[in-house]
Ligand binder design. Structure first.
Ligand SMILES: Nc1ncnc2c1ncn2[C@@H]1O[C@H](COP(=O)(O)OP(=O)(O)OP(=O)(O)O)[C@@H](O)[C@H]1O
Length: 233
């Protein structure tokens, strides 16, 4: 494998650590992802997929084991360091898009660019416009997000996730609330971005036919990786 973009070594997660009712939900996860991989994360409800995604996304810390992003051991970082690393390397897409519905599509996509301060002022709107074009929503740039369809809202969320050129996009059931046609088109959009830009994706899904079309399918059951299969080339 090329140098991994992320690596988990024996990652564990307990809730209420140190209390009489401590529950461990991840029991030692070993996982590495290479640049450009397009992976599905599947498993029954409650198996630990979202917990794992939150740890990889630096939204939550493991209670055991190691998480490396690139070659950096994230345990050495304080909260500000984690926030900075998250902003530079990771984009998120959630089932319920988490967009600011009173803002326009363009404003939503510009948000992480503004927070990141990585682009000169004049280039921010240009970059956001380019991203909206990429997701097929150029004509909707000034539309308020709550006037868009569910599929269009997920496209805005994908554009927003890409705003700071992340190495990886973590998507938690991005097609879960969409009808079959919109789900297909959102999935194809992520695939296309992966192929064109080389952005890695890790997609939590209950849709096994979509998972079958990923390069790799990681199955989590009861807080452990039960199987990790690559698609035939
Ligand atoms: N903040 C928390 N405190 C205590 N337990 C939690 C917390 N978050 C999750 N859990 C527990 O951890 C386990 C794994 O939950 P998680 O949401 O990661 O599963 P999942 O595979 O994503 O499920 P789903 O497919 O339903 O979204 C569950 O038993 C859940 O109740």
């Amino acid at each position: 494998m090329a140098d991994p973009i992320l690596e988990l070594i024996g990652v564990r997660k307990s809730y209420n650590q140190g209390t009489p009712v401590e529950t461990e939900v991840l029991h030692g996860i070993d996982l590495a992802m290479a640049p450009g991989e397009f992976c599905a994360l599947i498993g029954p409800s409650g198996s630990g997929k979202s917990t794992l995604l939150n740890i990889i996304g630096l939204l939550d810390r493991p209670t055991g084991g190691k998480l490396l992003i690139g070659e950096r051991d994230t345990a050495a970082l304080d909260d500000a360091g984690l926030t900075a690393l998250r902003g530079e390397t990771i984009g998120f897409v959630f089932q319920n898009h988490h967009l600011i519905t009173a803002f326009t599509a363009l404003e939503n996509v510009m948000m992480p660019i503004l927070v990141g301060r990585g682009f000169p002022n004049g280039e921010m709107a240009q970059r956001a416009d380019r991203l909206l074009e990429q997701v097929g929503l150029a004509a909707w740039r000034n539309a308020k997000v709550n006037n868009l369809s569910g599929g269009q809202q997920q496209r805005v969320a994908i554009a927003r996730a890409l705003a700071r050129q992340p190495a990886i996009v973590l998507a938690d059931e991005p097609t879960g609330n969409l009808d079959t046609k919109a789900a297909e088109s959102v999935f194809e959009l992520m695939r296309e971005i992966n192929r064109r830009e080389g952005t890695s994706f890790l997609i939590v899904t209950h849709n096994l036919s979509l998972a079958d079309r990923c390069d790799r399918t990681i199955e989590v059951v009861d807080g452990k990786i039960l199987s990790d299969r690559k698609a035939a080339a």
